[in-house]
Design a protein around this ligand. Structure first.
Ligand SMILES: *[C@@H]1O[C@H](CO)[C@@H](O)[C@H](O)[C@H]1NC(C)=O
Length: 348
């Protein structure tokens, strides 16, 4: 075969793969790790639609994302050739025309457990599912049954939550601790997760990325309480995250065998995130223990508000964490870049 012919074939192949994206939409469920603004319109104290949140976002505007810029689903959507951001379902600035290629039902502060979303009065996971049902009706009205069903079936569903169930609920309030050992609580959450996935599967969802827990003992808010260990990561919480992630991996493989036609991958942010935190200089950071916002130890949401403090760092790219509980845009991007090869090779 001549070299020119080979070149032409390669070119055609590239054009073909660029124009035949198999994922028509990215659909997001979860907590603040992926919320793109749903909490803006609900009655909760857990919000981020004010400066300095969004400082480094495309438009420089706060959106309700708990970061200085984008959150992981934005990067993932972009990598699949879809929109560079995934709009929040409750944001009145968007319509079903926008949501047809990507929509986010996530709510900061929520968890698998109903009693977790009660803590900060945010959207419980069952309500995210209700909103998804409403979305399906609107999508059928907009695209017609056949096309809408195709979008629902071929869309990539991103699921990211669980940290709040442990840190904001189990380890903060006695209710679940009196009821369950930590291992029992993990299994309780997995049962809830299984029911949640089965509901989406029943509605036609088939392609999933299920996100594992981060090294949650290294969140600045948790480190700030680790006085006896020189503000190091809280090992106990990291061990729980590792244990839960192991169970999640088995959970994902079980579901793949139980539910015909399902393709679910386990996207585990823990290893790369932990590497970033323990070797921040390798990734161009200067600080991994404290966040950019405020004193970097306890502030998030309204406590980060520009009007409340003037300590916020000038360059968020030097920080692993943006506020006491959430990574900077740069960290989100590095983590996504690490998870993308498996996402793209499975779903594109
Ligand atoms: C969570 O709350 C909803 C609404 O009240 C209820 O339908 C559901 O059964 C609850 N889930 C669990 C596991 O208790």
């Amino acid at each position: 075969m001549s070299r020119l012919l080979l070149l032409l074939l390669l070119l055609l192949f590239t054009i073909f793969t660029l124009t035949s994206a198999k994922i028509p939409a990215v659909i997001v469920f979860g907590d603040s790790s992926v919320d793109s603004g749903n909490n803006n319109v609900i009655k909760t104290l857990l919000k981020s639609n004010f400066r300095p949140y969004g400082r480094d976002f495309l438009t420089g505007q706060p959106t309700g994302r708990f970061s200085n810029g984008k959150v992981p689903p934005d990067f993932i959507s972009e990598a699949f050739g879809l929109k560079p951001t995934v709009p929040a379902y409750l944001d009145p600035a968007f319509t079903i025309a926008d949501f047809a290629t990507g929509v986010c039902f996530a709510s900061a502060g929520t968890g698998f457990d109903n009693s977790t979303s009660d803590v900060l009065n945010v959207i419980p996971l069952w309500k995210e599912v209700e909103l998804f049902k409403e979305y399906q009706r609107k999508l059928r009205g907009y695209l017609g049954n056949e096309k809408a069903n195709e979008v629902i079936k071929e869309a990539l569903y991103l699921v990211s939550l669980g940290t709040n169930d442990f840190l904001e609920n189990y380890y903060t309030f006695p209710h679940r601790r009196l009821q369950f050992s930590i291992q029992q609580f993990e299994d309780f959450l997995l049962d809830l997760a299984r029911n949640f996935i089965k509901q989406l599967y029943h509605d036609g969802a088939r392609k999933f990325s299920f996100t594992g827990l981060p090294p949650m003992g290294c969140l600045p808010l948790e480190r700030a309480t680790n006085v006896m260990s020189n503000f190091d990561c809280v090992d106990k919480y990291n061990l729980v995250a590792l244990e839960f992630n192991n169970k999640l991996e088995a959970f994902v493989s079980d579901l793949n065998t139980q539910l015909p036609g399902l393709t679910m991958i386990f996207s585990n942010p823990y290893p790369i995130f932990y590497q970033i935190i323990t070797n921040p200089y390798l990734f161009g950071y200067e600080e991994a223990g404290k966040a950019c916002c405020g004193t970097g130890t306890f502030e998030m949401s309204y406590l980060c508000n520009d009007q409340e403090n003037s300590f916020t760092c000038p360059d968020a790219n030097k920080y692993v964490f943006w506020d006491a509980f959430h990574p900077t845009q740069k960290t989100n991007q590095i983590i996504v870049n690490h998870l993308l090869p498996s996402l793209l090779s499975t779903f594109n």
